[in-house]
Design a binder for this molecule. Structure first.
Ligand code: ADP
Length: 474
């Protein structure tokens, strides 16, 4: 269907109209120029012939004029200049006419141009001749003898030939315009198809995506803007598809994680309701209930933390990492003592300032310390060190724990990834601790990674960009 709103038709129509307008303007201009040129050259031709004839016959006009001779001369000049030539005396009586039969010999030729010529100027007119039924150019020139006007020569030439040439030119030009318009039209349609084809594909694919079919890919090979748009679109579709799958996985994982403690809770509550128990046994069940509740609350808290981090809502301010880690050390020390794991620190003398959210950064080091403590047996040690390099603050948390198997190391920062599912849950882990660490560090423009040797221990590294002012600090 020919829709006037499509790029294709708009482009084609614009192309056509432009070509036609340009050709018409050029055509009109050329037409005027040509016609003027032809007329001018005919006029010059007539004037030249007229002058020549006038000079030639001036001697004959002085003597007794011989009409036969003069007519014969007029005929000769007429043949040369392809015009009718008439000689008149100073009283405007025709003395010679190149038209022998039915000519004006002996008659009075009372015309404005001749009057002008007798007054000493050349007369000129273009008019429609009733006699020959065509447009003619008429020129009259004075004939002098001894500096006196003795008569005039009158030439009349048909413009029919010029008319014919002009008509031919116009026809040729119209034909050229028509051809150019056809070529332009076809070109425009081909060009527009190259544009609108991929755009239609894009629009269809976008529509499919809106309806939920995210695995869209457009085949566009061109390297122009449309090709780049298609590439971007494909990339966007890929990313959207990937993130949506991720999100679906995440939701499935969350549901799975929540179901386990909920199932335990339901079981405990049903047991309490349905069975008669000794008070001590009842207390045990209530303790289980408490533990499962804590686990659920921890999970929900972790999920909340992750979502807040992803929202990027936290406001950043200068944070002194030495102070954050120092306080954390004091709070965590009793728990380490309790499990007979030594907690060591290596803090610099100067402040180490980064831009960030203090509570979130504290959470990062807390998670890393908790993990280290969980995996280190009594008698071992955990060390947290802080240093400042040129542009980055570097934090290192080493432990002498069980280590992380090489095959698990690349995945430990993923959500819900646990090395030993059962044990981790048993210890109250949500599988989100390291995901929160990574998300937070990256939101602060930093990087986190781990090295580990199974059976010997692990080291976690965190790098955060330093605040410029702390570099020149006291
Ligand atoms: P969780 O909250 O269950 O501990 P994390 O995301 O914090 O989950 O950790 C992911 C996995 O990496 C867990 O299975 C955990 O046991 C393991 N892990 C983390 N830190 C260490 C460490 N320092 N030493 C050994 N294993 C660790």
């Amino acid at each position: 269907m020919f829709r006037f709103r499509s790029i294709r038709s708009r482009l084609a129509v614009t192309f056509l109209l432009t070509i036609i307008a340009v050709m018409l303007i050029v055509g009109l201009f050329l037409d005027q120029l040509l016609e003027r040129y032809y007329i001018k050259s005919l006029e010059e031709n007539l004037l030249r012939s007229g002058n020549l004839a006038g000079q030639f016959v001036s001697a004959y006009l002085q003597e007794e004029a011989d009409p036969v001779r003069l007519s014969w001369l007029a005929e000769n000049f007429g043949r040369q200049s392809r015009a009718r030539v008439i000689f008149v005396n100073e009283k405007m009586v025709v003395l010679g006419d190149s038209v022998r039969v039915g000519g004006l010999l002996g008659q009075l030729l009372d015309r404005e141009e001749i009057k002008d010529a007798l007054a000493g100027e050349s007369g000129f007119a273009i008019q429609y001749s009733e006699l020959s039924r065509q447009k003619v150019m008429q020129v009259a020139l004075p004939i002098y003898a001894d500096n006196e006007t003795v008569g005039a020569v009158f030439l009349s030439a048909s413009l029919q030939e010029i008319g014919k040439i002009m008509a031919d030119t116009r026809r040729f030009f119209l034909l050229t315009t028509l051809l150019a318009a056809i070529v332009a039209g076809v070109g425009a349609v081909i060009l527009a198809r190259r544009f609108s084809g991929p755009l239609e594909l894009l629009s269809e694919a976008a529509g499919s995506m809106a309806e939920g079919r995210l695995d869209q890919k457009i085949e566009v090979q061109s390297a122009d803007e449309i090709g780049r748009l298609a590439q971007r679109f494909n990339y966007m579709a890929e990313q959207l598809n990937y993130h949506t799958k991720n999100l679906r996985n995440f939701v499935a994982n969350v549901a799975h994680e929540v179901r386990t403690p909920l199932a335990s809770l339901s079981l405990i509550i049903k047991s309490l309701k349905n069975y008669q128990m000794e008070p001590e046994q009842q207390q045990e069940f209530i303790d289980d209930l408490d533990r499962e509740m804590d686990r659920l609350i921890a999970l929900v808290q972790d999920l909340l933390d992750l979502t807040t981090l992803e929202g990027g809502a936290a406001r950043f301010a200068p944070v002194d990492l030495r102070e954050v880690i120092g306080k954390l050390y004091q709070q965590a020390a009793p728990r380490f003592d309790h499990q007979e794991v030594r907690l060591l620190t290596d803090l610099p003398v100067k402040r180490v300032l980064v831009s960030g959210a203090a509570l979130q950064l504290r959470q990062v080091f807390q998670n890393l310390l908790d993990n280290a403590l969980k995996s280190t047996a009594s008698g071992g040690w955990v060390k947290i060190s802080l240093g400042a390099e040129e542009t980055a603050a570097s934090i290192k948390i080493e432990d002498t724990g069980c280590g992380i198997p090489e095959k698990d190391l690349p995945f430990i920062f993923e959500r819900f990834y646990r090395i030993d599912q059962a044990r981790s849950r048993e210890e109250g882990g949500t599988g989100l601790g390291l995901a929160i660490v990574k998300e937070t560090v990256e939101a602060h423009g930093g990087r986190v990674w781990a090295e580990s040797e199974e059976g010997k221990g692990s080291t976690f590294y965190v790098n955060l960009p330093l605040l410029a002012e702390s570099v020149n600090d006291n």
